[in-house]
Design a protein around this ligand. Structure first.
Ligand SMILES: [Zn+2]
Length: 485
């Protein structure tokens, strides 16, 4: 190992020492709040072989009831100064609301005022179909752009893992059996130290985020967030950015963090390396073209990430952010994305969120939840129910963007203003990184510089693994199989 590389890795390990701790249980969970909700899935995919999922036992393994620490009530519209529908009316058949204008129109040349070093907004974006891949389709990997971006992988050891069948567990028993070794989050919740999954050492802090926009109802969410002075992280889809550039600008200029969420929202583990590069690269380019900044973080759709996807993301300068799972394997997914299709009711989704808050109250770290700004229903769930429930919770939760709750300043969320030369990951040799082959030495870049958190040759599970767990896997499978978002 080169000395230079070693020093970089040690510096990174020190800088992120607080983040490599697994989730800790602060106090025993109550039987009523530590359970993950039963999520009715009446139209679950036939391939999943299930019509209803109950994970009612997943959160109870840590202890017996000790009395409720939560007070989660269904918020009332009148309390919040913003009207939203009764919970029961948020459904697949709800009437479409009128969309709202952006909170502010920003002119080219305007700079964000909440952090220094940001370039001013570029010339106003004008969509030209010839400049972009077809929306919501895998981009062509033979383009000159993708070929250029492929060079960013030079010098990086990308694990030689074959693509998964379809990114789900039920279709892929071979890779499920190998999930630990390949660090596959989808099946078993395997993470690496390079993943952001919590707000380290910040209990009762919700690293708030929204996925799949910028979309028609994102502006309604932005108005609410502004009113409540809440900042969040937006995981934006490239295909949405080029059709809603003013909304993307509104997100960014309002003080929210902007991160990459692929071009066409595929299961990334199913793709070739060039396809993954194309998905990330085109989204990065769309955001750069519209905002003038290049994100240093990304979220894989469906949380579908393994060591190959991680290595590619890091080589392209983007740290993966997923969402929290408890040690017992409870995934912090609200399933709000299944309300528009009628798969999950709004009541079931909110019950799931209540369970998430109950679990979150027991953790020594802050937490990250999967929610969406893509649909009217998901925005109404956020502004009417989940956000007010967290804000009015007793004791209250603190809401922060995910970068902020991880100690990453705004400057370092973007390449152009990043002041940390080793963030996301400095390039170097292949030593000291993720150990994907179980030989005890790293073979891809990793912040921690060790293989201690990875699968080992003796078969011991990685430290971050969810030790559960039928139910968590089933929930993840449901999410992966049913979802079309
Ligand atoms: Zn998504």
């Amino acid at each position: 190992m080169k000395l230079q590389t070693l020093s970089v890795l040690l510096a990174i390990a020190a800088a992120h020492a607080s983040k490599i701790n697994p989730l800790h249980i602060k106090r025993q969970a109550t039987s009523s709040t530590a359970t993950s909700a039963t999520v009715a899935a009446s139209s679950a995919s036939s391939s999943s072989g299930t019509s209803a999922v109950s994970s009612s036992t997943t959160g109870t393994s840590t202890g017996t009831a000790t009395g409720s620490t939560t007070a989660v009530a269904v918020p009332a519209s009148a309390t919040w100064g913003t009207s939203f529908p009764p919970l029961s009316q948020i459904s697949s058949g709800m009437p479409s609301e009128v969309t709202q204008p952006v909170t502010t129109t920003y002119s080219p040349g305007t700079s964000p005022t909440y952090f220094s070093g940001a370039d001013p907004l570029p010339t106003a974006f004008v969509f030209n179909a010839a400049d972009w891949p077809a929306q919501d389709k895998l981009p062509d990997t033979s383009s000159s752009e993708v070929q250029e971006w492929m060079k960013e992988l030079d010098g990086w050891d990308i694990p030689d893992l074959s693509p998964t069948v379809d990114g789900t567990c039920v279709s892929d028993p071979t890779n499920v059996a190998n999930a630990s070794a390949r660090g596959w989050w989808t099946c078993g919740g395997y993470t690496r130290d390079t993943d952001i999954t919590v707000c380290p050492g910040k209990p009762m802090t919700w690293g708030t985020s929204f996925d799949d926009g910028p979309a028609f109802y994102t502006t309604k969410l932005l108005h609410f967030l502004n009113e409540q002075n809440i900042k969040a992280t937006f995981f934006d889809v490239g295909s949405r950015c080029i059709e809603n550039p003013s909304v993307l600008i509104d997100e960014y200029m309002s003080g929210h963090e902007i991160a990459v969420h692929t071009w066409s929202h595929p299961h990334l583990t199913t793709l070739t390396t060039a396809e993954i590069v194309a998905e990330l690269g085109w989204t990065r380019k769309a955001i750069k073209t519209i905002l003038g900044v290049t994100p240093t973080t990304m979220r894989p759709p469906y949380g579908d990430i393994d060591d190959r996807v991680r290595a590619i993301s890091l080589a392209m300068g983007m740290v993966p952010i997923i969402w929290t799972r408890t040690p017992a394997g409870v995934s912090f997914d609200t399933f709000d994305w299944e309300i528009p299709g009628g798969v999950v009711t709004s009541e079931a989704s909110f019950t799931q969120f209540e369970a998430i808050l109950g679990n979150a109250s027991t953790l020594e770290d802050g937490f990250i939840v999967l929610e969406h700004d893509l649909y009217e229903q998901t925005v109404d769930m956020a502004i009417g129910y989940t956000l007010p429930a967290a804000l009015s919770h007793n004791p209250p939760f603190t809401l922060e963007p995910i970068g902020q709750c991880n100690g990453i300043p705004y400057t370092n969320m973007y390449v152009e203003s990043n002041l940390n030369t080793s963030f996301p990951i400095a390039n170097g040799t292949s030593d000291g990184g993720i150990d994907t082959d179980g030989d005890g030495t790293g073979d891809a870049k990793s912040k921690n510089g060790t293989s201690s958190a990875t699968s080992s040759s003796n078969g011991a599970p990685p430290r971050h693994v969810s030790y559960s767990i039928y139910a968590a896997i089933t929930l993840a499978t449901l999410a992966a199989v049913v979802g079309a978002l």
